[in-house]
Write a protein that binds this ligand. Structure first.
Ligand SMILES: Nc1ncnc2c1ncn2[C@@H]1O[C@H](COP(=O)(O)OP(=O)(O)OP(=O)(O)O)[C@@H](O)[C@H]1O
Length: 313
């Protein structure tokens, strides 16, 4: 089990992370999300042992991780970390990059490289020099490379950022299935909703140096603790209660996802259509409710300026 206890860190006197605590089990996939600059990469680098912390501890099972001041080469050998600028050797082949940390005396070396190339769908590039690959292909090789000497913990920073949508879903399914089958704990810093919602066991949302919320994808999505959390997944409406119920004097607001609003013949929520955005299987309609912007989903495009009534369900 990974135990992160009350860690705080700042590159300068200003803290980037404050009192961060969470636990994760072997084989778990934890998605770390939050706005740019909130400290996702910093958290991964602390766990891996690249950054020294004065406050807090990190344990892997019973072992306390000591951080960069205690090792000649920072980084724990049972972990692998894939930073955003994945570092590969450009003038050598895909095979040599993936096999860099595998012994030539290992009789299973070639088999291992082939297995990992299959996971990242790059089998035909075995003998290709890395400099001749596209950005997305390099990223897939980098993922295979960090898996080569099977780690117990894998830390990935935006691992699919260069990979096109055609391949991304297939790669995600293949990679996360592989990690589960090997019981590898994986922490992923991501901006991608699908990485978190469809694959993670738990989502950690970071905001203003702290953990804003932590839970299963269902818990975090269905009961967002703030509009910040909800807006990671979708457009979010923060509707004043007074706009829903004319008799209400409350200043409180209600968080409502666009798919929780339906157009009805008559209701107390009367809005004016501003714009229809085509989203493939539906239209996202931007509307105005007494000066508040309201997004809702609808099967058809709606006329700009039209008055509609909405119901929250
Ligand atoms: N080496 C550094 N020296 C000083 N400040 C840094 C350094 N690296 C990061 N920071 C600052 O620390 C904060 C957190 O950065 P970090 O890279 O962890 O954020 P992030 O959530 O991973 O962002 P992104 O989603 O854009 O990758 C930012 O304000 C950043 O400017």
């Amino acid at each position: 089990m990974l135990k992160v206890n009350n860690i705080s860190f700042g590159y300068t006197s200003k803290e980037v992370l404050k009192n961060i605590s969470f636990q994760a089990n072997k084989g778990d996939y934890i998605a770390i999300v939050g706005e740019s600059g909130c400290g996702k990469s910093t958290l991964l680098e602390i766990i891996y042992g690249l950054l020294h912390i004065d406050k807090g501890t990190v344990y892997w099972n019973e072992k306390k991780l000591l951080g960069p001041n205690f090792y000649l080469i920072p980084g724990e050998d049972f972990m692998k970390y894939l930073p955003q600028d994945f570092d590969l050797m450009p003038y050598t082949t895909v095979e040599d990059n993936i096999g860099k940390n595998l012994s030539y005396l290992d009789e299973h070396r070639n088999q291992r490289i082939a297995e990992l190339l299959d996971v990242v769908d790059m089998v035909e590039f075995l003998k290709t020099k890395v400099k001749n690959l596209s950005g997305g292909q390099k990223q897939r090789v980098a993922i295979a490379k960090v898996l080569a000497k099977e780690p117990e913990v894998l830390l990935l920073d935006e691992p699919f950022s260069h990979i096109d949508n055609f391949r991304k879903n297939k790669l995600r399914r293949s990679l996360f299935k592989y990690l589960k089958s090997k019981n590898i704990l994986c922490l992923v810093a991501t901006h991608d909703t699908t990485d978190a919602l469809s694959f993670a066991d738990k989502i950690i949302v970071l905001k203003d140096t702290k953990i804003e919320t932590i839970g299963t994808p269902e818990e975090v999505y269905n009961n967002p603790t703030s509009s910040y959390v909800a807006s990671f997944f979708n457009e979010i409406n923060e509707i004043p209660l007074a706009a829903i119920d004319k008799n209400s004097t409350s200043k409180a607001t209600k968080l409502v996802y666009p798919n929780q609003l339906t157009v009805v013949p008559k209701s107390s929520i009367k809005a004016t259509v501003l714009h229809s955005y085509f989203k493939g299987s539906f239209y996202l309609i931007e509307s105005n409710l007494n000066g508040t912007t309201l997004f809702f989903e609808h099967t058809e495009q709606l006329q700009t300026g039209a008055s509609i009534f909405l119901k929250i369900h």
